[in-house]
Design a protein around this ligand. Sequence first.
Ligand SMILES: NC(=O)c1ccc[n+]([C@@H]2O[C@H](COP(=O)([O-])OP(=O)(O)OC[C@H]3O[C@@H](n4cnc5c(N)ncnc54)[C@H](O)[C@@H]3O)[C@@H](O)[C@H]2O)c1
Length: 330
Amino acid sequence: MKNLITGAAGCIGSELAEALVARGQDVIGVDNLSSGKMEHLATVLGKSNFRFVEADLEEPSAMDRVIQGVNMVWHLAANPDVKFSEGDETNKDLRQNTLCTYNVLEAMRRNGTRKLAFSSTSAVYGLSKLQPIPEEAAFPHPISLYGATKLGCEALISAFQNLFGMQCWIFRFANIVGPKVRKRGRTVIGDFILKLRQDPRKLPILGDGKQAKSYLLSEECVEAMLFVVEHARAPVNIYNLGCDDSLEVTAIAGMVAEAMGLRGVEYEFAGGDGGWPGDVARFCLDVSAINRLGWKARHNSAEAVSRAIRSTLAAMNEAAGAGALPACKP
Ligand SMILES: NC(=O)c1ccc[n+]([C@@H]2O[C@H](COP(=O)([O-])OP(=O)(O)OC[C@H]3O[C@@H](n4cnc5c(N)ncnc54)[C@H](O)[C@@H]3O)[C@@H](O)[C@H]2O)c1
């Protein structure tokens, strides 16, 4: 089996590369290193069944350099930053999500590669009235450019599947947390750690702190993707990927402060319902479909976040030991 992972130097892509290489499968990892890092691939670089190619998928011919002989594409490359800020280009997600997905699909079509797994997102649902949200929620209305363009990717994948006889697995991820820290597009855990390092007495929190989301460990995310690809056999398979509860942002702030040995931290709430324009402030996914298929998350949101805080602090301290960052206390 020859696999191609786009976004292989990313937080999730690198863990997927490690899992496939450990299974003895051949893996080509492609990444433009815009938010991913070569350090994330330390465990697979040098292995005989892994090859890394630096390439930008916005370039239509980039895939042609790597697709020959590939049976299965795991397309994870994307703009990881869900937040839209004043002054951002409005076509950033369109280029990095939808256009790159089109380039991947078109290269697959030309090469005769038929299997694709895609990292979509729970952001496609927007403000769903149904909670927990099932995969077949009535037509989703995303409220962010990130969510809208990911939904566009899903639509393109569905059309390519139908027209060109492909088989596809679409994963709508909850918030995925783990030990790795991106170059850009901070997650809530990394954000709180960095802010508390700057000022251990005060923590600015976006929104009103009541945002509540579902969290899943990156290692379990990879495990679930591999499980679903192995067991779901429809032409297009769409699965929510997460656990069955959610966790408030203020609870995460308390967990980070405690893990850093800090007491009496004052929270400064920015106010407002969501953390940023387009933020889905509260959601919970219906994960009964993946549970019925035979996979269930081993950790709930609080356990996943707690483990991710500890592993992130350990990874940051290790990087500090190597001189890249100031060390965390204690
Ligand atoms: N982490 C989460 O909570 C979460 C939630 C929902 C969906 N997702 C999706 O999962 C996937 C992986 O996310 P992640 O958290 O590992 O993010 P990440 O930023 O660590 O990984 C994305 C990788 O894609 C690469 N990349 C981006 N644009 C590229 C391009 N044009 N050409 C080549 N490489 C490119 C980046 O350098 C990075 O290594 C993404 O598609 C993301 O949208 C993640």
